[in-house]
Design a protein. Structure first.
Length: 394
């Protein structure tokens, strides 16, 4: 095993690592040895020279992302074992066996002890997205291993790291690591969706809302529904299958609205119940004269770092106030936050403030989170990024 650069922690700052937390923050570091650069594999030691973990180095507030607590060779067999465990987990929970659903997360970063790596599966098309330089350096190796593990299930592997990593190297390299396909068509609980994995948000689809969309369907019979921040219309499709009489899909992006139209056409011939608004959410609520029976609020992350937390909580409060003012008596509000730095308590406080400010009597009837293919490492609570509340509004 070759000598790796070393990260030495300050005295007393090794406790979280000994409890298997996967991040080393810059403030915990006493010194670096061996001049590590972004993406390098480093070993982490306590101030008393005790080996603690191995991970990827990257300058920033999170300086090391840990992928092993055992001192071992980091070679192709190491990575194959990690990826195989993640894929076998999806097999054990039945993701590959469903006749209705062929879209799911294959590797979920910290949840699979592979921080910085996201891999999504779209009916044989795999989209890989790296959130750290270290994982990005291994992307070709990862593609080779995934191809080997999936076999005939695989049609193509696409690297979509350009939206998460700004590197000159990224711009020059091919995006398809295996195969080449124009688009992907998937089924989720029998609903059909076209996936724009090249230009769409995230890896192309918000896979983490699968179970929330299914739940929404149960509340839409003969209801008027507003799907705000609708993106590709996932919630709208489920609302239509659930029997909604009116569905308004709202997104500031015209491209997102176009994709929502496509997805509705994939599933339904009758489009009369569906209206589309390429509009800012606050403007939509201000201008709307409808009182909706069901409203879905699934905004993008209002805070991507802790410095933005205060403003994010205010934004969640304001958008929930707007929704509560536009909901009918006895209505249902599905409201979400996908901001990792916004805790469950933060989010609930924002929604509580919105309810209090509007004078509405509100009951929580469901508390939602990400589905089982987005597992949360018990030692890394930050991995529970998706928070959702379903509210009954009198």
């Amino acid at each position: 095993m070759k000598n790796l650069p070393r990260v030495i922690l300050k005295s007393g700052r090794d406790r979280s690592i000994k409890r298997y937390h996967l991040w080393v923050f810059s403030g915990a570091i006493k010194k670096n040895e061996g001049h590590p650069r972004d993406g390098d594999i480093v070993e982490v030691y306590s101030n008393s020279e005790e080996y603690l973990a191995t991970g990827h180095f990257q300058n920033g507030s999170i300086m090391v992302r840990i992928f092993s607590f055992i001192q071992t060779n980091i070679d192709i067999e190491f990575w194959r074992s990690k990826l195989e465990k993640g894929i076998n987990f999806r097999k054990k929970i039945g993701m590959f066996n469903s006749t209705e659903t062929n879209v799911f997360r294959l590797i979920h970063g910290e949840g699979d002890q592979l921080p910085g790596l996201i891999v999504d599966y779209y009916n044989g098309v795999v989209v890989l997205q790296c959130h750290s330089v270290g994982m990005y350096k291994h992307r070709v190796l990862f593609a080779e291993v995934i191809k080997e593990l999936l076999g005939n299930e695989l049609k193509a592997i696409y690297d979509k790291s350009e939206s998460t990593l700004n590197t000159a190297e990224n711009d020059k390299l091919p995006k398809f690591l295996v195969g080449d396909v124009e688009t992907a068509f998937v089924s989720e609980y029998g609903n059909k969706f076209e996936i724009d994995f090249r230009k769409g948000q995230k890896t192309g689809f918000f896979i983490d809302q699968r179970e929330s969309r299914k739940l929404l369907e149960e509340y839409c019979q003969n209801k008027k529904v507003a799907n705000v921040f609708s993106y590709s219309g996932g919630f709208s499709v489920y609302a239509a299958r659930g029997g909604a009489t009116l569905i308004d899909s709202v997104d500031v992006s015209g491209k997102a609205i176009d994709l929502a139209r496509k997805n509705m056409r994939l599933n339904f011939e009758d489009q009369e119940m569906h209206r589309y608004y390429s509009q800012d959410a606050f403007d939509f609520f201000r201008d709307s004269s409808e009182k909706y029976d069901v409203i879905v609020l699934d905004p993008p992350a209002f805070a991507k770092h802790r410095q933005a937390l205060t403003n994010a909580i205010k934004a969640y409060r304001r958008i929930n106030e707007a929704a509560l003012m536009n909901i009918a008596s006895g209505g249902i509000l599905f409201t979400f936050s996908c901001s990792q730095v916004v805790t469950k308590d933060d989010f609930r406080t924002a929604v509580f403030s919105a309810a209090a400010n509007t004078g509405k009597n509100v009951r929580i009837i469901h508390q939602l989170t990400q589905p089982e293919d987005h597992p949360i490492n018990i030692y890394h609570p930050e991995g529970e990024y998706l928070k959702g509340l379903v509210l009954f509004v009198e």
